[in-house]
Ligand binder design. Structure first.
Ligand SMILES: Nc1ncnc2c1ncn2[C@@H]1O[C@H](COP(=O)(O)OP(=O)(O)OP(=O)(O)O)[C@@H](O)[C@H]1O
Length: 479
């Protein structure tokens, strides 16, 4: 491995890196930085925590220092928290340049964002939805001269998951110059490779780490097989044991829904664990505040949905617990990648029910790593089982008495309005679909029942057939 200056970076940038403890380039930096400096489009696929952010921030700053203007670079990323994190890297590394950045994300004041955009910042870091809104509604800024377009977590931006960015990306792409450098990074690029190649038009330089496994060696990957009803007791037991055995610790617990995230947080708080949550039904300011408190170790436990699965770089996280087994190996890779970053050690523990075993097999196949069982004193877990389950039930009742579900409904309606749909019509359409579905289900059930009935009658008839055969044999014997 060479040093940073051998990559073609200027002294001031190398010095700036050293101040941040970046002395030697990681493989993704060593390979991608020179290609980007040469002016090539680039696709970089490297494991979580391997320094992909600096792999694009450094060459952009180098080029910006040679020809400073705004807007020079646009970075798109799927979550608002990640946008802040990336902007911070630009700000810290670009300090000697007097770098002006602008963060454009949903849930924050649109007017002040518009003002900042019109001030020609060097770098704009944005989530696609809000940036597309600005483009549609304002002509006070121009992106027609940008030199760099960067898609961080590029595969997530292109996949059509629960948040579909495709329409917003189209709006954004339509105002960008064709002549630009496009850089795409993620720990999981492979599924969306073709779409990505179409975005990075100029025969992109493609770099992927050659390692067999897709998770880092420093990560100890474990599972616990548990019935659904005992999951929470395992969770409380695991956290308690970890808190007892370590002084300096922090844990991220991933869960599948906002509601579950909220209930688990309330439950862990009832057990006096310093817990805080992060999910998309929280106000954005609260999300940022909670994340800062967790980063500053004011709270040791963060319970989050997959909104925190990608990109977040919190070096103190030693353990990731998956309260549910992720349905996609890709999500597992990003979630467990919140620990064991930049060469540090870390542990991930996935709670697995008997219905999730196939998901674990899929994860093992994709990551090329076998998950090992995490040893637990089952007796200890059973001792607290009733108390934990009663506490959870109490929290569920408390949450039901708030307007949590109502808020969810309001959020859904807001989302539909933003997508240009009529929420009442949508509700009607959904109800009709539900009706058709339930009719189909009933019809299927009826058919099933009549098939069962036929089989039953057929089976009843069968012994008679035997008897008939027997009688024939008897007949033959008498002949
Ligand atoms: N060359 C380096 N030497 C030491 N530390 C580094 C180096 N480059 C980056 N880092 C640090 O490593 C950590 C992880 O980097 P980064 O967040 O860019 O990872 P990533 O590859 O983008 O991960 P993810 O896929 O999870 O988004 C950061 O704290 C960063 O400051």
């Amino acid at each position: 491995m060479g040093d940073l200056s051998s990559l073609g970076l200027s002294d001031w940038l190398v010095q700036q890196c050293k101040q941040l403890g970046i002395n030697k380039p990681t493989p993704v930096q060593e390979n991608c930085v020179p290609a980007i400096l040469e002016g090539r489009d680039c696709m970089g696929c490297a494991k979580t925590g391997s320094g992909k952010t600096a792999a694009f921030v450094l060459p952009v700053l180098q080029k910006l220092s040679e020809e400073p203007y705004g807007i020079f670079c646009l970075v798109l990323t799927p979550t608002r928290e990640l946008a802040y994190q990336i902007a911070e890297q630009f700000r810290v590394l670009g300090k000697p340049l007097g770098l002006k950045d602008c963060i454009v994300v949903g849930g924050m004041d649109m007017v002040s964002q518009a003002l900042e955009l019109s001030n020609q910042p060097h770098v704009v870091v944005a989530t696609p939805g809000r940036l597309a809104d600005h483009i549609r509604s304002s002509n006070t800024f121009s992106m027609s001269r940008i030199k760099f377009l960067i898609l961080d977590e590029a595969d997530r931006l292109l996949e059509q998951g629960c948040t579909d960015f495709t329409k917003d990306l189209e709006v954004i792409m339509s105002v960008l110059p064709a002549k630009r450098q496009t850089l795409l990074f993620s720990a999981t690029l492979t599924d969306t490779l073709q779409e990505l190649r179409n975005i990075a038009m100029n025969k992109p330089f493609f770099w992927e780490s050659t390692s067999e496994t897709r998770t880092v060696e420093e990560l100890d990957q474990r599972y616990i097989l548990t019935p659904e009803k005992v999951k929470d007791a395992y969770l409380v037991h695991l956290v308690q044991t970890f808190a007892d055995e370590h002084d300096d610790w922090s844990i991220i617990i991933f869960t599948n829904t906002c509601k579950n995230c909220q209930i688990l947080t309330m439950m862990m708080q009832q057990f006096n664990f310093p817990t805080i949550s992060l999910h998309s039904m929280m106000k954005q300011k609260q999300r940022f505040a909670n994340l800062s408190k967790f980063k500053a170790s004011v709270y040791k436990i963060l319970i989050a949905t997959d909104v925190a699965a990608r990109g977040l770089d919190i070096p103190t996280v030693q353990v990731v617990i998956n309260h549910n087994t992720p349905g996609l190996p890709k999500i597992y890779i990003h979630r467990v990648g919140r620990t064991a970053r930049a060469g540090r050690n870390g542990v991930s523990i996935t709670l697995v029910t008997q219905y999730d075993i196939h998901l674990v097999h899929a994860i093992e196949e994709q990551t090329k790593t076998k998950l090992k069982e995490y040893p637990v004193e089952e007796k200890e877990v059973l001792k607290i089982l009733t108390q934990v389950n009663v506490t959870r039930r109490e929290c569920e009742i408390r949450l039901e008495s708030t307007d949590f579900d109502e808020k969810k409904e309001i959020n859904k309606r807001k989302q539909l309005i933003l997508e240009g749909k009529d929420p009442d019509l949508e509700a009607k359409r959904k109800a009709e679909l539900e009706k058709i579905r339930s009719q189909k289900k009933k019809f299927k059930q009826k058919i099933q029942e009549s098939i069962q009935g036929q089989k039953h009658r057929h089976l009843k008839k069968k012994p008679m057939k035997k008897k008939h055969v027997q009688n024939k044999k008897d007949e033959a014997a008498t002949l």
